[in-house]
Design a binder for this molecule. Structure first.
Ligand code: ADP
Ligand code: ZN
Ligand code: ZN
Length: 688
């Protein structure tokens, strides 16, 4: 065998294993960059991708040959490799880790023969053209939609625009038309949504509009075989439209022409483990690289995006009103200081309760939003002060009344509810506060149905939807009018098109106003605007729709802006505050997180990392803040701490991280008392 040539191969190896860039292997012939291969690694054989670029000069004696070339598959495009390389560099992971993590897991397992077989099967399936029904008539565009599309069409390839419009303003119709244009130009369209639950709805609209086109979904709820098939269909250029969640931003799309990011502000676009990438930000980068236009849609854009619009870096398209002239629900603030309160007071203040009852009497629906599941966040013994804490976390265990358990929402530790106080034996232990279960129970007792019987109250949260199909069934009941009042967590505020809801109430949103996380008000505003958007979606009901907010701080500027549905005023005040405080988007952040069995070790590790910084080039361009515990410091017996690194310049932060993080590899081994279980960096962290 004459294995004479050398090639670079990206394989899955986390940064921390000390394997930085792609490895070098021998090959018998020139392999196109982007070709999947199998290579030996120690005693194993692993999947890899031939990576662009010339291998460093190395003594061929120490090199091993590529085991198998999977060239039944056309190579991944240079643009795809660039995207992976950029993401790896920006989020400080190894190229191989990112490259292999974003491919369908099946692809990593198959050998050449198995892959060829899958491809032959797929080719057979793809030989049958998708059914081409006559598409339904398209609505005539509103003047605002037409203007937005014209502006968008005039943007140069590779640019990004924000489509700003409230719920029901016709953003989706703009996506559909922009997709039409891209498809007509022979290009592929990628549509990103924040949550798997939202893909079927959007998919249905695209399938209906683009009968005859091939549309595939890409998200983590697909079976491995489906995911491979869909991915291959896109990679082979056979899928015209790809709809997916954040991981779909890495789909291989040889003819990509348009990327839509719906609800671009949604935190779900940020990956929270491994390479902590933002799919929204990568979409913008990818658009520029692949000469595809990018459309970011939202009623409440992220302040990062809004800032770029102000700077003229993104185009700005506005849909100022709801389609059909529907008004936005009127916002009513209930000043809780003037309502009866104390332990016995019901969750809904008397005026709100009366308003919900009025809705029921008229045959309309209400949505009551409370972002806390379970019956009560904590059980308490009034005699000795015992509380239902978790033995493994610095958190309370939540009381779930339906199955009589105390459950930790952080580590999952679950026990039967004790009959008496475990500390003193007192039989009278009581729940404090309330979650969705208790709210559901209370509303069932306080409200009458239209027929004089008890009102029909339903609950949608992570508990009620655990079983497959449960969410669909519950939503179906709401749509069918079999529910008077829907109680839910933020799960119900996203996307769903509830036609009969004319009242939305947030009963306890204040906590976010005083959170230590500087993004909490931004998230709250988005959530409330989105929740308000659930009301009055049908035009004839819009006029009498209301959004109720119970608050102890009715004078707060956030609520003032909400009353006016004034995102711009809210954004301006937040951006001014962020500027004064030196926070993103005016500065750039990374957080270094360390997990350890004891807090002292985590702290010592972070401190050692901070001590190392001044010795490195570029340290003068960053500020390193002292280590602090996370909001929930201990989870499953692991202490978690983080340290923020800030810089006014993104490139300076990037340069510093690129020298600092490799230097940290040795800290754990060389510094006493820094025995951490793991550490990781999060660039542009969302939750502080
Ligand atoms: P958004 O995505 O901003 O929430 P949609 O695109 O879903 O808004 O539009 C809201 C409703 O208005 C949908 O029922 C949609 O079918 C309808 N719609 C959108 N554009 C038009 C139009 N130009 N003419 C008539 N109806 C429209
Ligand atoms: Zn007690
Ligand atoms: Zn726990």
């Amino acid at each position: 065998m004459s294995a004479m040539l050398r090639c670079r191969v990206a394989i899955e190896a986390p940064q921390h294993a000390g394997l930085g860039g792609p490895l070098v292997y021998l090959c018998e012939r020139v392999l196109a960059p982007g070709t999947p291969v199998r290579v030996p690694l120690g005693a194993r054989e692993v999947a890899g991708i031939v990576w662009p670029g010339n291998p460093d000069e190395m003594d061929p004696a120490g090199l091993r040959p590529v085991a198998e070339v999977l060239d039944a598959l056309p190579p991944l495009a240079p643009g795809w490799c660039d995207l992976v390389e950029f993401a790896a560099g920006y989020y400080q992971r190894s190229i191989g880790e990112v490259a292999l993590a974003v491919l369908p897991p099946e692809l990593r397992k198959l050998d050449g023969a198995q892959l060829a077989l899958r491809l032959r099967k797929l080719a057979k399936a793809l030989a049958v053209a998708p059914a081409a029904a006559a598409p339904p008539p398209r609505p005539a565009l509103s003047p605002a939609q037409a203007a937005a599309l014209e502006q968008f069409g005039a943007l140069p390839d590779g640019s990004t625009a924000l489509l700003h419009g409230v719920t029901g303003s016709g953003k989706t119709e703009v996506y559909l038309r922009a997709a039409e244009d891209a498809l007509a130009a022979g290009r592929q369209v990628l549509v990103l949504v924040p949550e798997i639950n939202l893909t079927p709805q959007l998919e249905a609209r695209f399938v209906e509009r683009f009968a005859g086109r091939r549309i595939v979904a890409l998200h983590s709820a697909l079976t491995p075989a489906q995911r491979l098939r869909h991915w291959l269909t896109a990679h082979l250029g056979q899928a015209d439209l790809v709809l997916g969640t954040r991981l779909a931003v890495f789909a291989s799309l040889p003819r990509l022409g348009l990327i839509v990011v719906d609800e671009e502000h949604d935190p779900s676009y940020k990956q929270q483990e491994g390479a902590r990438y933002s799919a929204r930000d990568l979409a913008v980068w990818r658009g520029r690289r692949d000469r595809a236009t990018v459309l970011l849609g939202s009623a409440t854009p992220s302040l990062e995006t809004w800032q770029r619009v102000q700077e003229g870096r993104y185009g700005r398209l506005t849909l100022p009103a709801r389609i059909g002239g529907g008004t936005l629900p009127q916002v009513r603030l209930v000043d809780m200081n003037r309502q009866p309160h104390g332990k016995a007071a019901p969750a809904l203040s008397p005026p709100l309760l009366a308003a919900v009852q009025e809705r029921i009497d008229r045959g309309e629906q209400s949505l009551v939003f409370l972002n806390r599941r379970g019956y009560a966040p904590v059980l308490h013994c009034a005699d000795c002060g015992w509380k239902s804490d978790c033995a493994h976390c610095s958190a309370w265990r939540v009381f779930h009344k339906l199955d009589r358990t105390l459950r930790c929402h952080h580590c999952g530790y679950t026990e039967r509810v004790p009959r008496a106080c475990p500390a003193c034996g007192n039989l009278d232990i009581a729940p404090i506060g309330r979650g969705t279960e208790r709210l559901e129970e209370q509303l069932g007792e306080l409200l009458r149905g239209a027929d004089g019987g008890p009102a029909r109250v339903a609950r949608i949260d992570a508990d009620s939807t655990r079983l497959k199909g449960a969410l669909e069934a519950q939503l179906g009941a709401v749509h069918a009018g079999e529910v008077d009042v829907l109680v839910g967590t933020q799960m119900v505020t996203k996307g769903h098109d509830f036609r009969r809801i004319t009242l939305v109430a947030a009963i306890n949103p204040d906590t976010a106003l005083f959170s230590s996380d500087f993004r909490a008000p931004e998230r709250l505003f988005a959530l409330l605007m989105q929740a308000a958007g659930r009301a009055g979606r049908s035009a004839e009901q819009a006029a009498r729709s209301e959004m109720w907010v119970q608050t102890w701080h009715p004078q707060h500027p956030l609520y003032a802006a909400l009353r006016q549905h004034d995102f711009e005023a809210f954004a301006a005040s937040q951006l001014a505050e962020r500027r004064a405080a030196g926070l993103p988007p005016h500065t750039h952040l990374a957080s270094l997180r360390a997990d350890a069995r004891d807090a002292a070790a985590a702290q010592a590790f972070l401190q050692a990392a901070a001590d190392l910084a001044p010795t490195l080039a570029g340290a003068d361009a960053v500020t390193i803040y002292p280590p602090v515990p996370l909001a929930v410091a201990r989870v499953a017996d692991v202490e978690r701490m983080q340290m923020l690194v800030e810089s006014p310049s993104r490139p300076a932060l990037q340069r510093f991280l690129a020298t600092w993080l490799p230097a940290l590899q040795t800290v754990r081994r060389t510094r006493p008392g820094t025995r951490v279980l793991r550490w990781a960096v999060d660039v542009d962290p969302l939750a502080i």
